[in-house]
Design a protein around this ligand. Sequence first.
Ligand code: NAD
Length: 715
Amino acid sequence: MIYEGKAITVKEIEGGFAQLDFDLTGESVNKFNQLTIGELGEAAEALEKQKKLKGLVVTSSKDTFIVGADITEFTELFAGPEEDLVNNSLKANRIFNSIEDLPFPTVTAINGQALGGGFEMCLSTDFRVMDEKAKVGLPEVKLGIFPGFGGTVRLSRLIGADNAIEWICMGGEQKADKALKAHAVDAVVKSDQLVDAAVDILKEANSGKLDYQARREEKTGKLKLNSMESMMVFETSKGYVAGQSGPNYPSPVEAVKVMQKHAGMTRDKAVEVEAKGFAKMAKTGTAASLVQIFLNDQDLKKKAKDYEKQANQVKMAAVLGAGIMGGGIAYQSALKGTPIMMKDINRDGIKLGLDEAKKQLSKRVEKGKMSADQMGDVLNNIHPTLNYGDFGDVDLVVEAVVENPKVKDSVLRETEDVIGEDKILTSNTSTISIDRLAKNLKRPENFCGMHFFNPVHMMPLVEVIRGEKTSDKAVATTVAYARAMGKSPIVVNDCPGFLVNRILFPYFGGFARLVRDGADFQKVDKVMEKFGWPMGPAYLLDVVGMDTAKHANEVMAEGFPDRMKDEHKSAIDVMFEKDRLGQKSDVGFYQYKLDKKGKQQKVVDESTYDLLKPVVHNSQEFTDDEIIERMMIPLCIETVRCLEDNIVGTAAEADMGLVYGIGFPPFRGGALRYIDDIGLDAFCQMADKYKDLGPLYHPTDGMREMAKAGKKFHG
Ligand code: NAD
């Protein structure tokens, strides 16, 4: 044995070669935590001393190669001084360089996912052989940073600046065939041939058939571009990348700038440039929020997995109602492999639901994500029906009929009579209390809410709503089914609006008050979009539909009259009265016209201002900051109330509900993270400026106590 650690072992193998194997003790995957990096340094030192070795093959004993850095270490690491981050990066780079500089040829056998630092490890060896099913990539931009272990240097020299920009700035995972085509790897083989193929490469390097020194020089030298080519590639990319990522996500553009800056340098100088750029990005609020979101997501997955242990298996599901939501639920279930019955009361409804599924599947076929045969298989997994004939075989039912309590009551009761006694019944209601619906059921313990978001195939969140009598088994089975559908479930307790709508409607309340005081709705939209929302509040109301919004508003006002009841007629009421329902009626705050591709495009409609005149009582001018504060304060305070009222269990779940359910700007990390960033004390002071606007703007006592104690929601 040449070296033995807790994450890495190095031993001699046949032919005078050595094998460095990653196998992190006590973990299901390999990752580059501080321990592994330290051991890699020690292993490199041990290898340098082996004068007789003819080559090194790097392998992994896990199913994946190395999934990347250990992100749980980032929060603490990134909180330190920028200088320490630079030094840390350079220290790690010296270790990667020492692997690259070993006095014999080196090759990595990539058996599974090699991402981030894991792929940077592969890049430090002379050659790479890849399992045909493995994937490689540098996804660091998704965390607001870019590669910091020499990835921007080696990859740009290996596959060319244009390809490296695409791989690094988009952060995607690359399949073996694409990696081979780009020359990121030297061979792609079946898994059982991987190590043999790697050893063959070492033999060829020893015999002189392959020039490993030349490969090394290629990676450690300057980028082979003349100044004209360099300018063309980097300058044009900067504009394109900036357009794709937007101003709130600076790391992709910074990655291009760094690659441009070190293009004319050899490795040791180039990694210094990378390290400085990396540290600068690690210190941004965007990186802090995106890392938090990653960790929150891990937390959600862990909770869901715990539920799954108690879950019944859902082999066959059913959805009642083949409308917008029912059709989407059927499509998603079938796509992810759970067959589903889709019941409606009329044939037209069924046709609409199936047509929607066909439309989504055809798009996948067009994009090459699925074959026509696979599309057929998915469609065969949707069983349309007009009666309850086969419901005896169903494990879980999602009710998604019209939002009418009487209709829902009768449909749920009918269904309860035809499914097995231990089967789970759920409702996709947006506004009706789960406890209220449960009152009519014989087995309320088997009933809970399963609230999807529109469009179902795009929105990751599913709220699983636990009623007073809901059993753990019902929650667990619903969570497991949501996960099987590829969704991120969050378990919440019952209340009007559940978690997400209860928080969204105070935000709309903020909008209504702004319009009343004279704000231009278009300006509000622009400011909130610049703040990071995918769409401003007026546009969002057009998408939700004014009828739905008005109805939900009434439910919220009844549930929380102290703060959500508003005696004034609002902009939403006006639009509703004028039948301007939004996108569904082609006009709301904006008009919607079909473009050449048949997509609805938003067009400014000046007549909206005349219609709104009766509800505009003031003519205040607002700065951008005032608009942001007046919109965000009610949303943030209501999020805190949901946590205080135990509607949601943790700050992580509350924030993820907003990011996954309504597109809260991820780079801000969620409402509670946003308050943490402002500071609770400063947030309360900011809210106090608006106290005359009513209780929606009044921080809770709990917030003031936390502020006094200097507490935060996260960490
Ligand atoms: P929709 O009007 O598009 O579809 C309702 C479907 O239910 C229609 O096809 C109708 O024929 C069918 N239906 C009516 N009575 C039935 C019965 N007795 N048995 C079987 N089918 C019956 O409505 P939608 O937008 O899909 O909403 C459905 C549910 O989902 C509602 O509870 C709604 O609040 C909720 N929801 C909607 C959205 C949204 O954005 N549309 C989002 C989340 C939740």
